[in-house]
Design a protein around this ligand. Structure first.
Ligand code: MG
Length: 292
């Protein structure tokens, strides 16, 4: 791992060498730490499988197959696994280790494109993105937009924003007053205010990767307890202060598509990088399901 920029970033990294967690997959995504079971789940999208890895063990086990090409994963407050499914074109919910059911697959009667990533608000509402990456050549597209949605606990689905080209990763600030959403096509991360009723406003460009030129896109992102944004991007993981100042970039052996804090203290950053999954020990405490 190489730390670029280094404007305060090296102080946030405990061990400046990444650990290889697992490999041999096709394209990994959707890492989520399951605190109640002390393990990491992640998707292999083309491999149509969710894998499980336990620290201290070699190799992984199949958690779910087929996964309907699942991508982003998270846990709700009851510990259910939520999965964004590309070929399923839905968000599914399942008790941990149990069978999945459809949570949402349509907006105003039309099929979703291919849900990509998802987060849970303390209210129990789910926020997710619906770009077209899982639609082969765009075939089968029923909606005229690539939306950011909110699914209320009562099942009401609201389109929050339809102005993204390809909305992807998303994260709340620690106090949930802000929502970050990446656009993988426009190479930006936008920041919204979150209103008391769950709607969003604003949406100014918060991180701008246009013109950087390096491989890597704004895709998965997470926030640490101090409010820093850790987002995949050009050249690796961009670490950005709440005021927008870029601290630096963590360059991994391959470009990460997503990342998640985990481990006993939520200080380990797990990164899904194409065929491989890596871990980086940080000096921060990240936010994730069950972290607080
Ligand atoms: Mg994604």
């Amino acid at each position: 791992m190489r730390i670029e920029g280094n404007d305060g970033l090296s102080g946030l990294i405990a061990t400046e060498a990444e650990t290889h967690v697992a490999g041999g997959f096709t394209f990994t995504e959707g890492p989520v730490w399951v605190a109640a079971d002390g393990c990491l789940l992640f998707s292999d999208i083309p491999g149509d499988t969710i894998h499980r890895w336990r620290p201290g063990t070699a190799g992984t086990e199949v958690y779910r197959h087929p996964s309907r090409n699942s991508n982003g994963l998270t846990l709700d407050h009851a510990g259910n696994l939520l999965a964004c499914e590309h070929s399923g074109r839905r968000v599914s919910r399942a008790p941990y280790g149990g069978p999945e059911e459809t949570l949402v697959d349509r907006f105003e009667g039309k099929r979703l494109n291919s849900p990509n990533d998802i987060i849970v608000h303390s209210s129990g509402a789910l926020y997710f993105t619906d770009p077209t990456y899982g639609l082969k050549g765009g075939s089968g597209k029923e909606l005229g937009h690539q939306g950011v949605y909110r699914l209320a606990p009562d099942g009401t689905l609201t389109l929050l924003d339809d102005t993204f080209t390809q909305p992807n990763g998303l994260a709340f600030s620690p106090d949930e007053s802000l929502l970050y959403v990446g656009d993988s096509k426009e190479l930006i991360v936008r920041r919204f205010g979150v209103e008391s009723d769950g709607a969003i406003d604003g949406g100014e460009v918060f991180v701008d990767m246009r013109g950087d030129g390096r491989d890597g896109l704004p895709d998965g992102m997470k926030v640490d307890e101090d409010g820093r944004l850790w987002t995949t991007g050009a050249g690796g993981v961009w670490v950005v202060e709440p005021d927008g100042r870029l601290l630096g970039v963590l360059a991994l052996p391959r470009y990460p598509a997503n990342l998640a804090f985990g481990g006993p203290s939520f200080s380990t950053l797990y990164l899904t990088c194409h065929a491989d999954v890596y871990a980086v020990e940080t000096a921060v405490r990240g936010i994730g399901p069950g972290s607080r």
